[in-house]
Every structure is written in C-alpha cells, then in structure tokens.
Design a binder for this molecule. Structure first.
Ligand SMILES: Cc1cc2nc3c(=O)[nH]c(=O)nc-3n(C[C@H](O)[C@H](O)[C@H](O)COP(=O)(O)OP(=O)(O)OC[C@H]3O[C@@H](n4cnc5c(N)ncnc54)[C@H](O)[C@@H]3O)c2cc1C
Length: 477
C-alpha cells in the first residue's frame, strides 16, 4: 500500500519507520528541510512512562488560579483573547479535573507510554541508534512538605498501576542526584522512577529518518501541505506546495497543525496548541549537574542531562500559535535550574527555544481511524510525545496494516468520551466513534489488568518491585 505521512516530527518518523518495516511504500511530507525541526526539536528530553499522566488533575484549577494570579515564576501563562477554541478547550480540561477522570486518563497514558518504552528499547537494539540517551530514571522533586504529602496519594495510584517508584526524603534525593547537594533551594523529598529514560528527541528523529530512508521511505522536505482532497468518504490526495500526492492511505501527524488541516473535512480535533519553553545549557561541572531528569514540581520544569548539555523545559502558555520567546517564562526556567544546579551549569551560553504541544483536554493522544476510511491520525501527544512516540508509531502501523493492535486502544482514539468527542461529518458508512459502553465498563478490575500487563511489558522489573511490601518508603525530613 502507498501511504503518505503528513509531518516529519518524532511521531511522523516513527510511524513511517514501522510502516516501512511492515512492507508499505511510504512518502513523508514536511515543510521543514529536515526531520524533527518543530516541537520535536528541543523538548525536555524526558522519556518517562512512570511520570506519564494528564495535566487535568484534581486540585489543578485551584493551583492554576494561584499560579496565574500570584506566582512570579509561574508555570502557567494565559494570554486572554477572543478565541473560542481556547475557551472550549479550557472548559473541557476543567471537566477532566476530577479524581475518577484523572485515574482513567492516567491509566490510558501509562498504558501507551509503557508499551512505547518497550518499543524504544527494541528499536534501539535493532537499529543501534544513539541520541545522547541514558536510562537513569526520573526524580520528581518536591520543594515543600505540603507537595510531598500530596505525592503520597499519587504514590498509591502509581502502585495500583504497577509503576516502579521509590518515595525519598532529601537525603535520598541527593543520593540519586548528587548534584543537588549544593542546591540553594529547600528540598522536601521526591519520587524516583527508576525505569525512565532520557534522550535528545531531535537526534533520535533524524537518526531514525536516516534508517527509514535506507528502508526505502521517501522524505519530501521543504514541502508545505495545504489540504486533503476527499471523494466519497475517502482521501484521494494531499495538496502541497509542490503539487498533489496521491496514495492509498494518509496519516496526519502534524502536531498542533493537525487541527487546521482536518477542519475543512468536518473533523474538529479537540487539540489546542500549548506553548512550552526550553533552554539548553552547556555543562560547567558534571559533579553539580543532574545525572538524569529532575522534575521540579514547584515550577513544573524538567531538567535533563543530555550528554554534555543540560536541557531545561516547561511552561504552559496559552496564546494560540504564537511562538515568541517572552521574558517571564524564560526567567522561570532560569530560576528553577539555578536554584537547584547553579554550580553545574554555564548560564552564559543559554539557548532558548519554544514549541507548541498539541494538547487534548484530557491528556491521551488521538490515534487510529477517522470517519474517512483511509485517513488515520497520530497526533495530540501534548506533553509526552517523545515518551509515547515509538508505541504510537507502531500501533498506528499495526492498525493500518490490519494487524491486531499490541495494546488495547480504549481511550486513545477519536470520538472517545471525556470531551474528546468531535463534531464530525461521517462520509464513511462505517461509524468510527468508540462505543461509550467501553468507557462505562471501566473499573478497578480493568486497571489491575493493565497493571499486570505493564509489569509483563517492562521485563526489566520484577512484579514484586512495585508491591506495597517492597516499596522503599523513607520518612520525609
Ligand atoms: C517545552 C516542551 C518540552 C517537552 N518535553 C517533553 C519531554 O520531556 N518528554 C516528552 O515525551 N515530550 C515532551 N514534549 C512533547 C513533545 O516534544 C511533543 O509531544 C512531540 O515532539 C510531538 O511530536 P509531533 O511529531 O507530533 O509534532 P512535531 O514535532 O511538531 O512535528 C510536526 C511536523 O509537522 C510539520 N508540519 C506542520 N504543519 C505542516 C504543513 N502545513 N505542511 C508541512 N509540514 C507541516 C512540522 O514541520 C513538523 O515537522 C515537550 C514539548 C515542549 C513544547
């Protein structure tokens, strides 16, 4: 089958690679001159299935209001504007800030992220590609006692989901990340996720694109996509700045720009572009720099070691498609890293960057079929597209190739509940929305099933590692 993939970010490239391994003829189209030049370019470098979870969480509305109104170094910036898409998305997100919605969405994201971790390990072994990668875990750091106490609730959810983690006091955090010994900031404690990895998403995307080319995938760079041409419930071709491209099937992997492409077809994706910032810094002294990812929960900023560089990423700015690098958010990143690792980094050579996260209101991405029989989605990965890329690419390749998907797709497709339902014309005779009975039947039993599945998938962990009995809990100081 000839398949056109719209977008050469980490999601489009992983999809192309897996489809090529399944014997298809692939053309990837992107407006940039190389792969991974937009949101996949300078993200925070976390590959964190343990930390995977939605922003829409209980307590988030209260926190968000506080940050927005009072916090100088705020992780959230809303630039109020007349933008129905923004306000609709915010209302849908608020509706997902209940405990039950949080657990449901977290399970979906962890299910995909855990599968993705396994796919990434296999892919690395198969291709030998390197991307300043490391497997030293994520340390979620809490600066105050209240936040640490709240993490105890999260720890119970993590145990239920089978996610290996360790509860640490300040001393434990410094043992995991010795660079924190010189931190001027107070540290109350943390949660350590030993199974998480780190790596440069852009290096990975380019290296995998090269491997895909060797398997015959054609990349058409410097080519802007204008639209999709539909006829009788099928897509016939994609209109580009270099002429139309016809194919048997089409994949939309344009990140935040997927929404604009699909709107003329009557598909309104529940995605909003949420701007994030990052800064890349050279290492000054490795002894006082992070060894892996440190997630500073106070500022929602991830600080990651990538070879001899440090990548600091965070901030959620709701301002449409604007990519300006504003002073306030830049200062927040600098404040977070310099109050934890000032002795380890060289602030004089900071390189700032912004990118747009394609966020769904409830968290999980949108994979799979649409109302058009030969049009498929792989988009809406929000804060964790790098973490979920390999799993998403492989799942979509399985769906398109007519194979049984490796994991359950419940909650990961278009037209699911939780505010993901779209106003969509149905040119195809076959309805594509998932049955709501799937959602209603959600239960603790189901979660336990996934916990077991995840334990099986992450072969590196013995199932007992996550049991209450063996969970190493230290009293916070
Ligand atoms: C600050 C920040 C930090 C982050 N940190 C992490 C992290 O630590 N871990 C993690 O897992 N995730 C992280 N993410 C999220 C992650 O980076 C994204 O989810 C992921 O990169 C999305 O990949 P994508 O391929 O969907 O989108 P993109 O990389 O944006 O790819 C879309 C592609 O489509 C192309 N395109 C768009 N429109 C057109 C058009 N009209 N014609 C032709 N081509 C077009 C673009 O050029 C681009 O190459 C972070 C994001 C941000 C912003």
């Amino acid at each position: 089958m000839k398949i056109v993939i719209c977008g050469a970010g980490v999601i489009g490239v992983t999809t192309a690679y897996y489809l090529a391994t399944m014997g298809h003829e692939i053309v990837v189209v992107d407006r940039r001159s190389r792969a991974g030049m937009e949101t996949s370019f300078a993200n925070a470098g976390q590959i964190s299935w343990g930390y995977a979870g939605p922003w829409a969480a209980p307590g988030m509305p209260r926190k968000a209001l506080f940050w927005w109104l009072f916090e100088r170094h705020t992780p959230l910036v809303i630039r109020p504007r007349i933008d129905p898409a923004l306000w609709t998305w915010l209302v849908r997100m608020l509706r997902n800030c209940t405990s039950s919605a949080y657990i449901r969405n977290k399970e979906r994201m962890v299910r995909l992220a855990a599968f993705s971790a396994e796919c990434l390990r296999e892919l690395r072994a198969e291709t030998g590609i390197r991307y300043d990668d490391a497997a030293k875990g994520t340390l979620q750091l809490f600066r105050d006692r209240k936040a640490l106490d709240e993490a105890a609730t999260e720890s119970r959810i993590l145990s239920d989901l089978g996610i290996p983690h360790v509860f640490l006091n300040r001393t434990g955090c410094v043992e995991i990340e010795p660079g924190l010994s010189r931190a001027p900031a107070t540290i109350a404690g943390g949660l350590h996720f030993p199974g998480d990895e780190t790596g440069d998403c852009h290096l990975f995307t380019e290296a995998l694109a090269q491997r895909a080319m060797r398997r015959g995938v054609e990349f058409r760079f410097d080519t802007t996509i204008f639209g999709l041409v539909a006829n009788r419930g099928r897509i016939v071709s994609v209109r580009t700045s270099r002429g139309p491209i016809a194919a048997d099937a089409f994949v939309v992997a344009l990140g935040s720009h997927s929404r604009e492409l699909l709107r003329p077809l009557g598909i309104n994706l529940p995605i909003y572009p949420v701007k994030g910032y990052s800064v890349t810094l050279p290492l000054a002294n490795p002894d006082f720099a992070p060894r892996s990812t440190v997630m500073d929960e106070a500022h929602k900023v991830a600080i990651t070691r990538l070879g001899n560089r440090i990548r600091v990423g965070g901030i959620a700015e709701l301002a449409g498609y604007n990519l300006d690098r504003r002073a306030g958010p830049r200062e927040t990143l600098v404040h977070a890293v310099s109050t934890l690792f000032s002795a380890g980094i060289d602030m004089t050579r900071a390189r700032f960057w912004t990118g747009l996260r394609a966020m769904t209101p409830n968290g999980p991405p949108l994979l799979g079929r649409t109302a058009y029989a030969n049009l498929f989605l792989n988009t809406g990965h929000g804060t964790l597209g790098w973490t979920m890329a390999c799993g998403s690419g492989r799942l979509l390749a399985e769906i398109i190739s007519g194979h049984e998907p490796s994991i359950d797709l419940e909650g990961l497709t278009l037209g699911e509940p939780d505010g993901r339902k779209t106003r969509s014309v149905s040119p195809a005779s076959r309805p594509v929305v998932a049955s709501t009975s799937v959602w209603r039947s959600y239960s603790n039993r189901r979660m336990a099933k996934y916990a077991n599945a995840m334990r099986r998938t992450s072969g590196r962990f013995r199932p007992t590692d996550t049991s209450e009995a063996t969970l190493k809990k230290e009293e916070p100081q």
